[in-house]
Design a protein around this ligand. Structure first.
Ligand code: TYM
Length: 332
């Protein structure tokens, strides 16, 4: 059976981009057709300036929202990264095959380190080595597929390179994974700035739809989305990015095609109204289930406890064999 692994950082409130780009696919298809593991990658949240209490809160909320989005612990494994020590054990071994040059070439490192410097802070070493920890997340489970949005594809490519290099140097140890992307909404853009990604750590409240936004807030944000100066509705990501983003969101929420949908609208207002309603409808069941789960926090804790046990049982033998391959003696 195909093994699938993916993760999400508890660095902010989850967005429509996280949902359409990744989580919805995990719930609708991946968990049913594959042996799938989904992880709240809390260690990754420590790579930038953070408030410990907020990380704890967001870790719980992220896990709860993953379940609310439809992940079913009966058919997949949901857990917290820091509960399984194999991630950090393997990360160190992979640091011994990775180079600092390839880390510095990562787009997210360049963007995030620039942001940290702008704020007058220093760049944490863990931000530079972040993609190695991400590679460890994936390789520890022998995952063949990694369902992610566009922004994570470069990190999965690096994971492939590290796996191949390790295997060549030290003997076959790791499955070489590949990224899988959604056909549509692989990169949901900020509604106020449609040339940048809708990110959970963005400050601009109006540009980002959060999974827990009230219906009226969702409507307000989408009705105020920046569109382009033309009058007709056409689908062109290059020249009409604001419009293309709305058409993709609508298509992803209704199962349509952005190009075909563009032909069905004569005004921006009507497109925005339908997009807002489609998003409200997609979020409604997630929010309802989230409310139920919040009323029973011990059930979420139980899922995470069992999930960590299952994850550990898969990762430990893989990481033990990597330790032996690279030259470490087993414990006596
Ligand atoms: P993160 O937490 O930023 O995002 C989680 C998932 O959501 C996708 N995503 C988007 N998709 C479309 N449009 C958007 N605007 C958008 N924003 C986010 C991301 O592509 C991702 O699939 N480094 C990863 C977390 C990670 C991971 C892993 C993922 C750590 N280890 C191992 C896969 C496998 C990250 O920061 O994702």
């Amino acid at each position: 059976m195909t093994r699938v692994f993916s993760g999400i950082q508890p660095t902010g409130h989850l967005t429509l981009g996280n949902y359409l780009g990744a989580m919805r696919r995990w719930a609708e298809t991946d968990q049913h057709r594959a042996d799938a593991l989904f992880c709240v990658v809390d260690l990754h949240a420590l790579t930038v300036d953070h408030d410990p209490a907020r990380v704890r809160r967001l870790s719980r909320q992220t896990a709860t929202l993953m379940l609310a989005a439809g992940l079913d612990p009966e058919v997949c494994t949901v857990f917290l990264q820091s509960h399984v020590d194999e991630h950090t054990r393997l990360s160190y071994l992979l640091e011994c095959v990775a180079s600092d040059g390839e880390m510095r070439r990562m787009i997210q490192y360049k963007e995030k380190s620039a942001r940290e410097r702008e704020r007058g802070g220093s760049v944490r070493l863990s931000l530079l080595t972040y993609p190695v920890l991400m590679a460890a997340d994936i390789l520890a489970y022998g995952a063949q597929e990694v369902p992610v949005g566009d922004d994570q594809v470069q990190h999965v490519e690096l994971t492939r390179d590290l796996a191949v290099r390790f295997n060549q140097r030290y003997g076959y140890t790791f499955v070489v994974p590949k990224a899988t992307r959604p056909g549509i909404a692989a990169r949901v853009m900020n509604l106020q700035n449609p040339t940048s990604k809708m990110g959970k750590s963005d400050d601009s409240g109006l540009g980002v739809v959060y999974l827990l936004d009230e219906p009226d807030t969702v409507r307000k944000k989408i009705m105020r989305a920046v569109t382009d100066s033309g009058r007709d509705v056409e689908y062109d990501r290059e020249t009409r990015p604001g419009l293309a983003n709305l058409l993709e969101i609508l298509a992803a929420c209704t199962g349509g095609d952005p190009e075909v949908l563009a032909g069905a609208y004569e005004s921006y207002g009507a497109l925005k109204k339908d997009t807002a309603e489609a998003v409200v409808e997609v979020l409604r069941p997630v929010q309802a289930r989230h409310r139920e789960l919040c009323a029973d926090p011990s059930s979420v804790e139980g899922v995470l406890r069992d999930g960590a046990d299952k994850a550990r049982a898969i990762a430990r033998p893989v990481v033990d064999s990597a330790c032996r391959a690279i030259g470490l003696l087993p414990p006596v």
